[in-house]
Design a binder for this molecule. Structure first.
Ligand SMILES: [Zn+2]
Length: 264
């Protein structure tokens, strides 16, 4: 099997050995987990699995030593149709100017933790924090055939967070489904390897979240169709995305809070 076939099996279909590990590891607390095999690094599970040698890799601490070894041994990736969720804090630059650096950091970490929990709860994978964004990737090999429905559920759970508690930190959400390249990449730091989704459809998801208003989730038609969801008379918008010739059609989900406060 070529490396490409291997990664295709892992992300598009689900590798039987890895799927078994996921089922076993997800029964044990607590996150954070290895990004590939989902072995817990904290809590009782982390203690037990650490004892069995499944510890965070020294050179690549978001993976366990076994998975770090695996991604170095089989560099590469494959094109896979999957779903993506981006959640993006609105006006984080202004917020950073208004509060002290440590207060800003505390607020952002609170957002990362709350948003990440919703992605974890919906079987998202490769949950990353990039600047003021939290990103969740839902490959069928990890999240199952309902990946698009799960990504939309994640958006609904994110919107359900939007309340007075987050009055200072409104956020928008983007959901998209499409073919991306997913595989190993070498980081800027020597020896750091990672698994990431790259491609035009990743950019589309990122732009949807940046165009969503406070307390809104923009779900592309592609994601909605892949989820097989009825459109229930939801608001529809056509957006011109920066750098793209074709406009994209989206359905708009809203929270009760920031959206209700916004002028019509
Ligand atoms: Zn692992």
């Amino acid at each position: 099997m070529s490396n490409e076939e291997l990664w295709y099996t892992i992300f598009a279909k689900g590798h039987p050995a890895l799927v078994k590990q996921h089922q076993r590891h997800l029964r044990m607390p607590s996150p954070p987990r290895c990004k590939l095999c989902l072995v817990p690094f904290a809590g009782v599970g982390g203690f037990i699995m650490g004892f069995r040698g499944k510890r965070p890799s020294n050179r690549n601490p978001r993976f366990c030593s076994a998975c770090d070894h695996f991604i170095r041994q089989f560099p590469g990736g494959a094109e896979v149709e999957l779903s993506l969720v981006f959640a993006d804090v609105r006006g984080s630059t202004t917020l950073a100017e208004r509060v002290s650096a440590s207060e800003f950091s505390r607020m952002m970490h609170r957002f990362y933790a709350a948003a990440t929990a919703q992605l974890v709860a919906t079987d998202g994978f490769i949950i990353d924090v990039v600047g003021d964004e939290v990103v969740g990737v839902y490959p069928p090999g990890f999240s199952g055939p309902r990946h698009a429905a799960l990504a939309i559920e994640a958006a609904q759970r994110l919107l359900a967070l939007d309340s007075a508690e987050w009055a200072d930190m409104p956020f928008g959400v983007g959901v998209h489904t499409g073919v991306v390249h997913i595989g190993t990449v070498s980081g800027a730091e020597e020896g750091i390897q990672d698994v990431r989704a790259i491609g035009d459809n990743v950019n589309v998801a990122a732009r949807l979240s940046s165009q969503a208003g406070p307390g809104e989730a923009l779900v592309s038609d592609a994601a909605w169709t892949a989820a097989g969801a009825p459109d229930d008379g939801l608001e529809r918008r056509t957006l011109a995305l920066k750098g793209r010739t074709e406009p994209i059609s989206v359905l708009v989900l809203t929270s009760g809070y920031h959206r209700a406060a916004a002028p019509a």
